[in-house]
Design a protein. Structure first.
Lengths: 248, 248
């Protein structure tokens, strides 16, 4: 497999840094090729903005969709965007490694979607979901959280983790990717957990790394999360009236 | 009321721009005071990054939480962050105006949370949710989407809008805000909808504006979305075993 790890953390000596190193090492030792997009280290510009488009289709009113399509068709995509698309096209598996900040990925990673997944290039009205450009590839989110696992149960204090991951999973699925259940490292806080003993915290960090290493070795055989698709929807994009899910 | 509108769109002549102008105008004419954070126009830096912290508590390993708390306690917060906090503290109502990009707010708005909602200042372990710093204030998201409303039904083509809004609502609630149901302007695409007549599209835009204007006038009497709170959770942050929701 060709693997692309999109790594999003400002500190190389973080647990996120360690988990990306473990993924690179483990997958390489399994005979896979690993490429890393280190968004912070590479100084990726995560803000979709008129400044990225030199030859605008509409120089008066800026529409991201219009300019993305124009730049793609004109082969004038910004260099960083073109590079990320190339990396994605080469990959069989996409790993997103990031900490959960404010109930979602950091702005740096959100902006990677905003800028790289260009309209007219990475998707169009008819080229989405199970007809998407990245069809046949798979993706997995590897996420660290501050709060412990219990708090991420439905209506728990940290929010339902299944619902927190839903928008990002939708975005991956939108591109045609099949999505594996996320790798969740709960209870990680900057500098250690106040409510745990230091030794217990270190043990927790170690088991987090061990779990990831073990899972990476069996990732190829895993099943992906089922999503609805074109065959399920009517013209308006709704589940058809005769669809079983509609009556649940 | 004092109202803070956080406006997130790169193009002033967009529908988002028009909706923010309508909100400012309508609320002002009702006797409220309106302040606007125009993130793109003000060049807000949305990326949490070591470069924002001149006097680090830990100069070796960067932890956002550690440095946020340190900068807050030291009164060394970056100027833009300090300004946004001041704006928030003055506001009784927070309006977030943005387009739905990749199943969530643009990176620019996500990063407003990442940077402005500093640990140790805007929240702490004990000062969150219904004991949060912004308790007593209310918030509403005003969102434009490309896809039509039907596609945002559960398992619909655009994703379930209730679940797409959930993480952002969690973040608002985390700060102590009470959250009003969002104002959703569906079916807006850059440059018009390919599948609608131009005149029908213009009518759609007009009714979107009229709806917002009308709703703004009655916002003060509206009920907020119920969330679970400290009284519902056990020590681990789970719904207690005797909590009714637990058995649903």
């Amino acid at each position: 497999m060709d693997v692309l790890i999109v790594h999003c953390h400002p500190e190389p000596h973080s647990l996120n840094g360690a988990l990306t190193a473990i993924a690179a090492e483990t997958l390489t030792s399994q005979g896979h090729r690993v490429e890393i997009s280190d968004l912070y280290a590479e100084g990726f510009d995560a803000i979709e903005h008129p400044c990225h488009y030199r030859n605008r289709q509409d120089s008066q009113v800026f529409s991201a969709l219009t300019e993305q399509r124009h730049a793609f068709e004109d082969r004038q995509l910004p260099d960083d965007v073109a590079r990320e698309i190339q990396r994605l096209e080469q990959a069989d598996l996409l790993v997103l490694q990031f900490p959960l900040w404010w109930h979602g990925p950091p702005a740096m990673l959100k902006g990677w979607f905003d800028r790289v997944m260009v309209y007219g290039g990475m998707y169009s009205g008819s080229r989405r979901y199970d007809r998407g450009r990245l069809k046949g590839k798979r993706a997995i989110c590897a996420v660290t959280t501050g709060s412990p696992a219990e708090a991420f149960e439905p209506a728990g204090r940290a929010g339902d983790i299944v619902r927190l991951m839903y928008p990002l999973h939708c975005s991956l699925y939108y591109l045609g990717l099949e999505v594996l259940p996320p790798q969740l490292a709960f209870g990680i806080q900057g500098g250690g957990l106040a409510y745990q003993e230091e030794t217990a915290f270190r043990r927790h960090l170690e088991s987090t790394k061990t779990d990831w290493r073990a899972r990476l070795k069996s990732l190829e055989g895993e099943s992906t999360i089922p999503f609805s698709g074109w065959d399920d929807w009517d013209e308006q994009g709704r589940l058809g009236l005769r669809h079983p899910l509609r009556w649940r």
